[in-house]
Structures are given as structure tokens and as C-alpha cells.
Design a protein around this ligand. Structure first.
Ligand code: ADP
Ligand code: MG
Length: 332
């Protein structure tokens, strides 16, 4: 059964257009000019129960907006969405008790309370039984190594500890669908790793449905089988991570070192330049004619060393984003 259905979803914001400069500011104060901004522009997808899906895209792509619609925080402009068969914006209790939302840049725990007291409040709020609560705490707290932190005021915790507590809080009521919006943002590598392995084990054990947005491709590569990629409110890719790699195995990446400095224009005929530093060049080129191109490079340029690499998932994803008109950051 589909846990999440999104059908031709659109979300349009009315925004004020400001002309540049002081005059522009004054004009927009007196007679504000408004226009429609399509934050989510006709996207459709389905997510099956028990799937762990990455929801990716550059900043401003519309990920958070979509998640807010799916969790009933925002209403949609047109189209249809359903989560576990419910319309999220109706916010009925049954659905509220079956979903969870964790936002890396927003907290739901009370700043001045010890984490434990927040958990108790949430237990009451969600109507979790005493036995159920104990069972959840006993499972979640050790899994996140929070035993020593439960009675610490949230404000005194490190960002990583706070995020782990947010996860406990969000999962106390055994939600069947979990939305994680940048849960590892800003965390140190160790905390990221810890949360990542927790999420992997947790999802395996409970078989809940997870939708994850993250800037860290390692999160995605380790956790998710499926990727939804959006850009400027539109769907760019929907499929398995491994197919993403297959589809792009048509690209070869060449790392070249030359005995002398060369000009960037010397290598541009052979592929697209990823990075260039005089005698070190990284090039990508279609796999189909790579053998021929490599032959030509060896003949015409002073090559000291050459290695051929397959692009990583991270690169493939940024490649896809660039295909949709986004700038790809160069390596330099
Ligand atoms: N309440 C709002 N009013 C106007 N524009 C908004 C509002 N919320 C989000 N946006 C705009 O919609 C776009 C998508 O935002 P968001 O969903 O937060 O992107 P993402 O999470 O993918 O970075 C952005 O351009 C953002 O500025
Ligand atoms: Mg966002």
C-alpha cells in the first residue's frame, strides 16, 4: 500500500516584488506589486510503506514546502496529497498519531526543560500508554547513547545531543511515517555518523516509512534506496540510487597530470573540465568515445600520469542538477 501519494501538487506563494534601490523600496511600500511564486510546481510521486526515500534538491527547490504540506502545516494550492490515506491538512488525530516530523533547523523540545520532562509532555500529548512509553524509552535512549543526558536542560546540550533528543521525542509515539528534514545539518561528523546508523537500524526494525532530506550525500548513499530529486519545484529524477549510477555510467572521469603547464583550451576538445590547475586536470567525457579521446590526449599532450574513474553518487546527483540548469561547483 502507498504510504504517501502526491498527485500534481502545486504550492504557490504570493510574494511582493521589490524594485532595486531606495526608490524601489518606497514604491513597494506605497503600492506593493505582487506576483505568484511557484515553490512546488506540479510534482507527483508515490511512496510505499516501509520505503526509505531521499528527497533531494538544491536550496529553494521546494523540499521543505512539500514536507510541510505532507505534515499538514501548510495547505496546498492545487493537486492532491494523502498520507496513510488521510488528507494531512485536516489534521485528524489518527493521522497526527501516525506521523512524525523532525526538522534539523527547528526544535520541538522545550529549551528550558530537561529532555525527560519534554518526553513526558509528549507522551501525554500523543496518548502513549505507560507501558508503551517505557518500552520506547528503553529502546531509543540506549540506541542514541542518551542515558546520561535525559536530565540535562535542552539549552545546555550540544547540537548533536539535542538532535538525538529530538529524534527520541519524534519517535516516542511509534509513528508509521517519519519525515526528516535535514536532521544532520550542522552536526559534526561523529554525530552525523551516529544518527545515520541509528536511523538505518531503526527503520529496519520498525519498517516505518521514512522521507529524508539531507545535504550530506553520505546520508543518502547509506540509507536510501530511492531518490526523488526536485529542482525549482519540479521533479528531476525519481528512481533507485543504483539506477542513477547506471544511467550515468555513460560518463568517464579522467584525472590527468602533465609534465608541463598547459592551457585549459588544450583539453576542452576532449571533454568537460571539472578542475584545472595548469598541470593537473580533471575531465569528464562520454564513455562511448573515451578510448578514442584518451588516445588523442596521449598523442597530442605531454601526459605524465592518467587515471580513469567512475563518478560517485554525489557527483552523479550534482550532475543531474546541472542538467536542469544549475551551476555545478568546480573543484579548484
Ligand atoms: N511562506 C513563504 N512565502 C514565500 N515564499 C516562500 C515561503 N516558504 C518558502 N518560500 C519559497 O519557496 C521556495 C522553496 O522553499 P523550500 O521549500 O524551503 O526549499 P528547500 O527546502 O528545498 O530548500 C524558496 O524559494 C522559498 O524562498
Ligand atoms: Mg528546506
Amino acid at each position: 500500500m502507498s504510504a504517501i501519494v502526491v498527485d500534481h501538487l502545486k504550492k504557490t506563494f504570493r510574494v511582493t516584488v521589490k524594485q532595486p534601490g531606495v526608490v524601489g523600496t518606497l514604491k513597494s511600500l506605497i503600492r506593493p506589486e505582487r506576483k505568484d511564486f511557484h515553490a512546488v510546481d506540479d510534482i507527483s510521486f508515490k511512496i510505499q510503506e516501509g520505503e526509505f526515500t531521499a528527497f533531494l534538491g538544491p536550496n529553494g527547490a521546494g523540499k521543505t514546502t512539500t514536507i510541510k504540506i505532507l505534515t499538514g502545516i501548510l495547505n496546498l494550492t492545487s493537486g492532491e496529497v494523502s498520507v496513510l490515506g488521510h488528507d494531512p491538512f485536516k489534521r485528524d488525530n489518527e493521522l497526527r498519531r501516525s506521523i512524525a516530523l523532525v526538522m534539523g533547523n527547528k526544535q520541538q523540545l522545550w529549551w528550558d526543560l530537561p529532555a525527560w520532562e519534554s518526553f513526558i509532555v509528549l507522551k501525554e500529548l500523543y496518548g502513549v500508554s505507560e507501558a508503551g512509553f517505557k518500552k520506547r524509552i528503553d529502546a531509543l535512549v540506549p540506541a542514541l547513547s542518551l542515558e546520561d543526558k535525559l536530565h540535562t536542560q535542552v539549552r545546555k546540550m550540544s547540537l548533536g545531543e539535542r538532535m538525538k533528543c529530538e529524534l527520541v521525542a519524534a519517535l516516542l509515539h511509534s509513528p508509521r511515517v517519519v519525515f526528516l528534514d535535514e536532521p544532520t545539518i550542522g552536526l559534526d561528523v561523529v554525530s552525523q555518523q551516529r544518527i545515520r546508523s541509528f536511523l538505518r537500524d531503526y527503520q529496519k526494525e520498525t519498517d516505518c516509512t521514512v522521507v529524508l532530506t539531507s545535504h550530506y550525500m553520505q546520508d543518502v548513499a547509506e540509507l536510501c534506496r530511492r531518490v526523488l530529486l526536485i529542482d525549482k519545484g519540479r521533479m528531476v529524477y525519481d528512481g533507485l540510487i543504483e539506477d542513477l549510477a547506471k544511467a550515468h555510467a555513460s560518463e568517464k572521469r579522467l584525472r590527468l597530470t602533465f609534465t608541463d603547464q598547459i592551457d585549459e583550451t588544450d583539453v576542452t576538445p576532449f571533454g568537460s573540465v571539472v578542475s584545472f590547475s595548469g598541470s593537473d586536470v580533471v575531465l569528464t567525457m562520454p564513455k562511448a568515445d573515451s578510448a578514442q579521446k584518451i588516445g588523442q590526449i596521449l598523442q597530442s599532450l605531454p601526459v605524465l600520469d592518467i587515471t580513469v574513474e567512475e563518478p560517485s553518487v554525489e557527483e552523479i546527483i550534482s550532475e543531474l542538477m546541472s542538467g536542469s540548469g544549475l551551476p555545478v561547483s568546480r573543484e579548484t
